[in-house]
Design a protein around this ligand. Structure first.
Ligand code: ADP
Length: 376
């Protein structure tokens, strides 16, 4: 985080970040924004320097038995900083947002109010079709609860990091406690906690799964206060503010024991028409366009079955429409000379951008949600 920056510079930093088009055509890259604002670049460098210093401090505080190389790797690759996501960036999903506020954000901000019966769950599973905002929700939870955000894809644990994975998992949980309040977000959790990996699968994968479950249990036990003696009290306080948030597109693959550990299982469905309208409006808000309310209604009708990421892809493609017919001439045109995006651009893009979730798989999600989930 940028907590060391002064409040003033932090406010500027946040403002500048927000000013950037969130989605929009991928023409405006981070690099472009940075070179056009040199003071911004300097400030980014300061933030980077501060983070470098902070990392060294953190490494000095590592508890014994935690591998320093693994810890460095976590700090460099797994801790997510900057480019915050806020609730308002996420279209719809009000039920899920409320569940996350109650289960994570408020308990993290006011731990004193959430004890005993109100003790928050130590793990929450977000499941549903791909591209529906699960990752965005996790990032928003981290922002809104002012937590350190650890983001790891379970499939990278079992591939890229295989071999060092156990050390990495231990370092992950140790750092999460050290930097509490923390959210450990595990994407594609199915690849870590699948039924297969319990038996007959890759030995290394099985060991990572075991290590992950051990670390997670320790966290739950410490938080429940069963070891609340002396030194442990500190541990308990920290563990109380570490939550495992996991996401999956394949919830039925998770084995039963692991599934039961997620006391809360939140369904993140495809967006309803109202949500699609909100998202389309947000995507268009920074663009020159001619879409009337009626056009947007038409578009909402045409995007039934689209996920949030399908809609983003569609809007990005449609935004290219006005440039496509220009060819190289666009290099010499001013912004004003470029025609606005119209409904016809969207309609043209709809021939290539199709929904990524099939009706058949949608039914699988609905069925699983009915049996094991909370609806969102
Ligand atoms: P998931 O984790 O469910 O696969 P993501 O959260 O990574 O999906 O979403 C992928 C992209 O799709 C986001 O970066 C965003 O552009 C878009 N998106 C998905 N859902 C929403 C939503 N509810 N509101 C706004 N954008 C969304």
């Amino acid at each position: 985080s940028i907590e060391e920056a002064t409040p003033e510079s932090r406010a500027n930093y946040a403002r500048r970040r927000r000013k950037r088009p969130q989605e929009g055509p991928a023409l405006v890259t981070d690099a472009l924004v940075k070179t056009s604002e040199s003071s911004a670049e300097e400030e980014d460098n300061t933030v980077t320097d501060l983070w470098k210093k902070r990392k060294l401090e953190i490494l000095r505080k590592l508890p014994p038995g935690v591998d320093e190389t693994a810890a460095k790797q976590i700090l460099n690759e797994i801790v997510v900083r900057g480019d915050e996501v806020h609730w308002s960036d996420i279209a719809g999903l009000e039920v899920a947002k409320n569940a996350l506020r109650e289960a994570v954000v408020y308990p993290f901000l006011r731990p004193d109010l959430f004890m005993g019966l109100r003790e928050p769950a130590r793990g929450m599973l977000l499941f549903g079709p791909p591209g529906t905002g699960k990752t965005m929700l996790a990032r928003a939870v981290a922002t809104e609860s002012k937590s350190t955000f650890f983001s790891i894809s379970a499939s990278s644990l079992t591939s890229k990091y295989l071999g060092e994975s156990e050390k990495l998992v231990r370092a992950l949980f140790a750092l999460a406690k050290l930097l509490a309040p923390s959210i450990i977000f595990v994407d594609e959790i199915d690849s870590l906690l699948s039924k297969r990996s319990g038996s007959g699968e890759h030995e290394a994968t099985r060991r990572i799964k075991t290590e992950f479950l051990i670390q997670w249990s320790d966290l739950q036990r410490a938080a429940a206060g069963r070891e609340s003696q002396g030194d442990r009290d500190k541990d308990r306080g920290d563990a109380n503010r570490v939550l495992v948030l996991a996401a999956t597109n394949l919830p039925w693959i998770i084995d039963e024991a692991a599934r039961r550990r997620f006391v809360r299982r939140q369904y993140i469905p495809l967006p309803e028409s109202e949500t699609r309208a909100v998202q389309i409006r947000t995507l268009l808000s920074q663009q020159k366009h001619t879409l009337s309310d009626e056009d947007i209604n038409v578009l909402v009708g045409l995007t039934d079955g689209f996920s949030g990421s399908d809609i983003t892809a569609l809007a990005k493609d449609a935004a290219m429409g006005p440039l496509r017919s220009l060819g190289e001439a666009l290099l010499h045109m001013t912004m004003d000379e470029i025609r606005p995006i119209g409904l016809s651009d969207f309609v043209a893009s709809l021939t290539t951008i199709r929904p990524s979730v099939s009706r058949a798989s949608l039914k699988e999600y609905e069925d699983w949600a009915k049996e094991f989930g909370e609806r969102g």
